[in-house]
Design a protein around this ligand. Structure first.
Ligand code: BTN
Length: 273
């Protein structure tokens, strides 16, 4: 950690020193500025880079969010990274990677920033109801097999209000803003420690997923799942479905009670509280 006024540079040698596992981040690619780490990761993946390689950048000019949205990506303060996977499992199991990345991010926030993150299904990380991190998972398939997957993680770390677009200020936050609110600390956070922590957690949960399946990872996900019992509305294929959240099934789908004896299983969608 450094005092305010100092800059915390991304340093891949420092990150490598902090990595405990042998998978995610063993190969690290760093660029000072990119269009999008997901786009670069897809390009590298199609050229054959190794399973578990990670692309990191200090800023993105065309950061991409879910549902075609733009992801605000200022320089020098946040985390933009993409993990390249070449899994042997089926495309149906791929949603598990998003769940796994969400728990890894939440764990890293709790460990490094000592804050209390919550997960908004499936993969938004919130603090005090505002979004601090998002995950964009993309996949290329060939003959019903996964050729590669890219799990892109964006995290607002040291961004302040002035780094955020007007249209997201009310719904987004950063670890620094939340640390100031929680304990008055204006000490900027170490992005290298955060990146290494996310990758160390990802290693742990990926191994767990491969050996025992998604249900064992979901036990950890539940710790951060702040939606149980809430009444929500979800946009599913342009249709609004309303109901009470009653759980998550073993494949990571959201279970909604939509009527007296009616249960809807939602595989993907955008939640509105
Ligand atoms: C969301 O909409 O919640 C997902 C946001 C994902 C943003 C990250 S930043 C790193 C990676 N590169 C991108 O262009 N997007 C993802």
């Amino acid at each position: 950690m450094e005092e305010t006024g100092q800059i915390n540079y991304i340093d891949i040698f420092e990150i490598k020193k902090l990595l405990k596992g042998s998978f995610a981040g063993k190969n690290l690619y760093y660029e000072e500025k990119v269009d999008s780490t997901n786009t670069l990761a897809r390009d590298l993946a199609s050229k054959g880079v190794k399973n578990g390689s990670v692309v990191i950048s200090d800023c993105q000019e065309k950061g991409r969010g879910r549902n075609g949205k733009f992801w605000t990506s200022p320089c020098g303060c946040n985390i933009y990274m993409s993990i390249i996977l070449r899994p042997k499992f089926s495309p149906e199991a791929a949603q598990g990677m998003t769940i796994l990345a969400a728990v890894s991010v939440a764990d890293a926030i709790a460990e490094v920033a000592s804050l209390k993150p919550q997960i908004k299904w499936p993969n938004d990380i919130l603090i005090d109801s505002k979004k601090v991190s998002g995950i964009l998972t993309e996949m290329s398939t060939q003959n019903m097999n996964i050729e590669y997957m890219v799990v892109g993680i964006g995290m607002n770390v040291n961004a302040t209000g002035k780094d955020m677009d007007e249209n997201i200020k009310n719904i987004a936050t950063s670890l620094l803003i939340e640390s100031e609110k929680a304990n008055g600390s204006n000490v900027i956070l170490d992005r290298n420690r955060l990146i290494a922590s996310i990758l160390n957690k990802f290693d742990k949960y990926y191994e767990m997923f491969l050996s025992t399946g998604l249900s064992s990872v979901l036990v950890y996900y539940q710790k951060y799942f702040g939606m149980m019992g809430k009444t929500v509305e979800i946009n599913v294929n342009d249709k609004r479905v309303g109901g009470q959240v009653v759980g998550i099934d073993s494949k990571g789908a959201l279970l909604l009670k939509t009527g007296e004896n009616e249960l809807e299983r939602v595989v993907s969608g955008e939640i509105y509280f």
